[in-house]
Ligand binder design. Sequence first.
Ligand code: PLP
Length: 451
Amino acid sequence: MVNFCYVYDCCLKFRLQLLRYLLVEIKNGIFTSDKLFRLTPSVSVWNSCYRSCNSSWAATKAILDQELKSIKNAGTWKEERIITSRQDALISVEGKTEKVLNFCANNYLGLSSHPAVVEAGKKALDKYGAGLSSVRFICGTQDLHKELERKVAKFHGREEAILYASCFDANAGLFEVLLTPEDAVISDELNHASIIDGIRLCKAQKIRYQHRNMKELEEKLEESQGARLRLIATDGVFSMDGNVTPLRNICDLAEKYKAMVFVDECHATGFFGRTGRGTEEYFNLTGRVDIINSTLGKALGGAAGGYTTGKKEVIELLRQRSRPYLFSNTLPPPVVACASKVFDILMDSSTLTDKVKKNTQKFRTEMKAAGFNVIGDDHPICPVMLGDARLASVFAEEMLERGIYVIGFSFPVVPKGKARIRVQISAAHSEQDIDKTVDAFLDVGKKLKVI
Ligand code: PLP
């Protein structure tokens, strides 16, 4: 005999299954009112429901356990350190009594906790509320969303811009809107995962070229001349190596072969190039890239959000067809207001951009002088190469002991044998912060016999 209260203890799947059986019983006239609280005749039903749910979970659990174990065995398990303060140059971390210097955030301009940015967010929360409970085209567009889109377009010198909940979404929603099976997308092999996923979703011919290899890109452009439209897709700056895409050559090849250029500027917007306009500006190519995607979640305040900016027709089509835009909630007003304030700060002055450049130069110069192998171009992502995965992880732990929060990266995030500490410099760091970090690297480097 089974009481109904058992039902409430069971998983949702089981309850649904049981309800289905009961409906069948009611329909067939088997289930009568005297059985309302006692399911005596349905014990076998109960058992079969329970067994089917239970065994399918047992099988799933065994598979998941195996998968989790293999990640741990491979040494690629990612632990998350818990921060108990705001994001900043100096942060509190759970388990540490002293504050530590943060050298692994994408907070390139130090704006994540900037007083004016935080204040703008608070004001928007009061005026516009926490969120809109809606997607943009239903009732999720406020004047401040439109204002931010205008600022994004103006900052990049483009006709229009469209906001997304993240740059991952912007990348996921771009390619399938623009490209059909008659078209081709030609993509750098080391592009960010979100570009790869976005490309997977479209039906165009998918072609990859070797990382930053312009000879191979040209071959692929030659081979794909039959396509209706061709789009070259690249990160502006590659986040693992801190190196820059050869954008001038890409734009020249695009012109020669009548292709379009798409650049993901997540690790460039706001701080790279003379006034922070990104990779285009770094190479003096302003206006030559057709489509730019970037994030509001790194240098631009660091909250969340992404965007696409470019020609009016491209943005209009995205508003009509791009699935992450159409079927996902609008950005919360405080997040929009924070990003909007960041653009005001950036369009007003390039002080922060200059500061992050100066800090980067100081760190790179002093680390190289100390004998470390720091790769990448003159970008605030400074990968300190160590080679061995275990060494990178021990090195990062030793750095934390000395009050510096950095992370070791190893396979599969970077190729085998190319483990590293990825240091990220911010405008929020002082000269003393950089000195302290270089000293800690020297100390740990000697202890672990790296230098
Ligand atoms: N593109 C690149 C190159 C990135 O580094 C990232 C974030 O790690 C993204 C896209 C995704 O950005 P978001 O965090 O806004 O989704």
